[in-house]
Unconditional design. Structure first.
Ligand SMILES: Cc1cc2nc3c(=O)[nH]c(=O)nc-3n(C[C@H](O)[C@H](O)[C@H](O)COP(=O)(O)OP(=O)(O)OC[C@H]3O[C@@H](n4cnc5c(N)ncnc54)[C@H](O)[C@@H]3O)c2cc1C
Length: 465
């Protein structure tokens, strides 16, 4: 049984406070309610203590304090996780949001990022140098959780997943020690954290290779939902032959409101959000076949990379209800496309959507066992999200997601991208790491034999599976 922070002697808490430069927040403290809110408002957790770490020493002291007192430990980076895995009931939350910095080395084109940064901060710092690091599609997401889970986004086809640009990380391990991991240092850990999530320790600093990206050409193109089968088939074939410079994720959605024009509001569509990172002079040519498909709405154009990264931030503030389901897919055959159409017609609320993210181009040219991320051979990472501001609709959005997922799952490759799932149990985690799971369990046993870091998509130490 984990220890209880409530039962701690005041002297123990005071002693711990003397070791922390950041802020310690207990249940009766001012600010506790706000600090324990989860981005996904469907989840409510009440930690015993939140430590807002100011530096690596705070993280080391917090890990030691949590381990010595047998507390459940959660680690919070950007706090975006769908399953609320940045927080826990009763235990200790090690919050990294105070460990933020972005330093661009213009000579090596590498970027040092703190364990608690969000992607918008990285984009802002790299953009003036004409550089970017592959991230996701929403700029408020944490670098920590997104990267450790893999990192799928607009630049995946050109420059790979976020983990493919990770060169080095500083980590605090379960025994409180500090290590640097890379291809040359603690390479087993470096392999494991590239997809294995927060299972192996707390990353206090990331070093990424950045890539030449200044402006991109992209934006959404929409078609009536009834055309889903035709557009999905065309999209699949078109992307197969497109250069890596072009990426686009497929979506089924209801247009919820601005920034889209009013004539589209509350109508159902299928569509693609594009991002082209090649020579801007060729962009018109690249998009000719897209426009030849006669979208009913298109908002394509050249924009700075940070703009496309923020395009949909405003639609997804903290505090919405979210329910997530996901799977990897090798294809979208006619039967699968039929199911997509069927469930697209039943989208329950304006923010609920289905997305298919391409795992191709550079992201697909890495072997399944080169990093812990085991589905390089999948063609798409699919995700179904039920989203709504009203808690009264929680059941409705959950049911739609579950039904949609069950109808599609027979067409899947078996596992899911772990950053797109909530709490689905050990079999799903194993399926999501498939051939890499046993190697991950071995590394987990070596670095975290007592499973101190278990508030995550948990890889059990070898011998416990
Ligand atoms: C609106 C939205 C859009 C998204 N879009 C994308 C997308 O385009 N592409 C994509 O790949 N994913 C996307 N995601 C999923 C996202 O990758 C996950 O939700 C991820 O877990 C978020 O990371 P975080 O640091 O914000 O979350 P947190 O809730 O803080 O953490 C998530 C997990 O990571 C661990 N963790 C976080 N930071 C660290 C660290 N520094 N060291 C050790 N462990 C750490 C936590 O312990 C926890 O287990 C999106 C999520 C949302 C809500």
């Amino acid at each position: 049984m984990p220890g209880s922070i409530k039962d701690l002697d005041a002297s123990v808490i005071n002693d711990f406070k003397s070791k922390i430069r950041g802020q310690i927040i207990l249940q009766n403290d001012v600010g506790y309610t706000d600090e324990s809110k989860v981005y996904n408002a469907m989840i409510h957790k009440h930690p015993g203590m939140i430590v807002k770490c100011a530096d690596v020493a705070d993280v080391m002291n917090s890990v030691n304090f949590g381990r010595e007192n047998n507390f459940l430990i959660a680690v919070r980076g950007g706090g975006h996780n769908g399953g609320g895995l940045g927080i826990c009931d009763d235990g200790l939350v090690i919050d990294l949001s105070g460990i933020k910095y972005v330093r661009v080395d213009t000579e090596t084109k590498t970027v040092r990022v703190g364990g608690g940064n969000i992607w918008g901060e990285v984009d802002h710092a790299t953009h003036p140098f004409g550089l970017a690091v592959p991230a996701g599609i929403i700029s408020t997401t944490g670098v920590g959780g997104l990267t450790l889970g893999g990192g799928v986004g607009y630049l995946s086809r050109k420059y790979g997943l976020s983990i493919d640009s990770l060169l080095e990380a500083d980590m605090v391990l379960a025994d409180g020690s500090f290590v640097t991991v890379s291809d040359n240092k603690n390479s087993d850990l470096f392999w494991a954290i590239r997809g294995g999530g927060g299972n192996f320790g707390i990353v206090t600093s990331f070093k990424f290779q950045a890539h030449p990206v200044k402006n991109v050409y992209g934006g959404p193109t929409l078609w009536p939902l009834e055309q889903t089968m035709e557009i999905m088939e065309w999209y699949d074939g078109f992307l197969k032959n497109a250069p890596d410079d072009l990426n686009g994720f497929f979506a089924e959605l209801i247009i919820p409101g601005p920034p889209f024009p009013e004539t589209l509001h509350n109508k159902k569509f299928c569509g693609v959000v594009w991002c082209y990172v090649g020579d801007m002079d060729n962009a018109q040519e690249i998009f000719k076949p897209v426009l030849a498909m006669n979208p009913v709405f298109q908002h394509l154009g050249e924009m700075p990379y940070p703009v496309i990264q923020k395009l949909f931030d405003g639609l997804l503030p903290p505090g919405l209800q979210w329910y997530w389901r996901a799977d990897f897919f090798k294809e979208a055959n006619a039967d699968a496309r039929q199911r997509h159409l069927e469930f697209g017609e039943k989208i329950p609320t304006p923010l609920s959507q289905m997305h298919l993210y391409p795992i191709s181009g550079a992201a697909g040219r890495v072997a399944n066992d080169e990093t812990a991320w085991a589905y390089r051979d999948a063609k798409y990472a699919g995700v179904i999200v039920g989203v709504d501001p009203d808690p009264a609709n929680a059941e409705k959005i959950t049911k739609w997601c579950k039904d949609y997922w069950e109808a599609l799952h027979p067409f899947s490759s078996g596992g899911a991208y772990i950053n797109f799932i909530m709490n689905e149990g050990q079999d799903r985690i194993k399926a999501s790491y498939k051939g890499n799971y046993n190697r991950l369990a071995k590394i987990k046993k070596k670095y975290d034999p007592h499973n101190l870091f278990r508030v995550n998509q948990n890889i059990l130490p070898e011998g416990n599976n």
